[in-house]
Design a protein around this ligand. Sequence first.
Ligand code: NAD
Ligand code: MG
Length: 374
Amino acid sequence: MTIGVAVLGSTGSVGTSTLRVLQRQRDRFHVVALTAFGSEELLKQQAAGFGADFVGLVNGSNGAGAAGCIGSDCLVEAATHPDVEIVVNAIVGAAGLEATVAALKAQKRVALANKETLVMAGDLVTRTARECGGELIPVDSEHSAVLQCITGRPEIELKRLILTASGGPFREWDRDRLKTARVEDALRHPTWQMGRKITVDSATLANKALEVIEAHHLFGLPYDAVEVVVHPQSIVHAFTEFVDGSVLAQVGFPTMELPILYALTHPERVQDDATRAFDPIEAGPLTFEAVRHDDFPTFSLGVEAGRTGGTQPTVFNAANEVAVRSFLEGRIEFGRIPDVIENVLNAHQVTTADDLVAVVEADRWARKETENRC
Ligand code: NAD
Ligand code: MG
């Protein structure tokens, strides 16, 4: 018997990488459910190719009949499908939250690429996993690196994490030039091919702030113990320091297929011949630099929101999503992204984020406030 998998967001960058991994691992896994937002033609092809039982389309249908289920309810339905053991959540943004919570309640393993889920409702999501018996395994390459370093070790041995950041396309740009960066500049990521939202997040370094919050929740470390270093080659994915001072790192040429596969098989490792063999000489010199906090204020705003806790990270996430969309649509300049987010964070009355109602309300409020400023 092979393991049933649902891929939410199957048409995106992580979703299509996941299907490539599943195609190679057919003797271990089979695809039960697929969902997408738009991209109906691709979804239809994927469903036919993998013989998926359940196909969900969140928005619109041109009548081609790709989907058995239409509308946002299909996400929870796919995530809780009785034949599914692992839910790969590769949805972008806050839209992935409900499905993550529902899958954990149904005691599934959630292979989580959708980091926004943990940023907007980290306490709620990790508590749901603990109380209901679901499992939360990161797909994000830095967090997968950490998991690979700590697997088999008792929690109390872990002391500090250093996540690496490529620095994005603007690593060498000065502040004045940054203000006027165009959409096409921001979408030119030096080391990773990803969806548009995360690519802009990498350019502002919002992505790394989201990842610091994600690491705090996944590994139960205080914010002071989660650091970030810029590493332009993206070869070292994270450093993990233990209480005796020893540091382990996970390294490799950048590919999401390896962390995706590991999230499916953790704590085991399985043969995968498609991974590009590592060659330290080809990887070339590895360099590390400090984050330029003053030039990339979105990073500090995000980490600070995480430290504040409650609904503040929810608001950071929502404001960032709306500001990034506005930038991509040409409504605000790149340099306005952190200003808009900061104004919304300052206007927010922080409350606890213990339940879904509080999280959804803070998310809704922040989206409206941000729209008004864009
Ligand atoms: P993407 O834009 O390429 O794909 C997003 C997928 O989600 C698509 O299948 C789309 O149909 C679906 N989707 C979009 N809006 C939706 C909605 N409202 N409801 C339901 N489904 C919706 O994005 P991506 O680059 O694959 O990133 C997905 C997630 O993985 C993000 O949270 C991102 O931060 C994270 N991530 C991505 C990478 C990467 O290499 N791309 C690496 C690490 C983490
Ligand atoms: Mg990452």
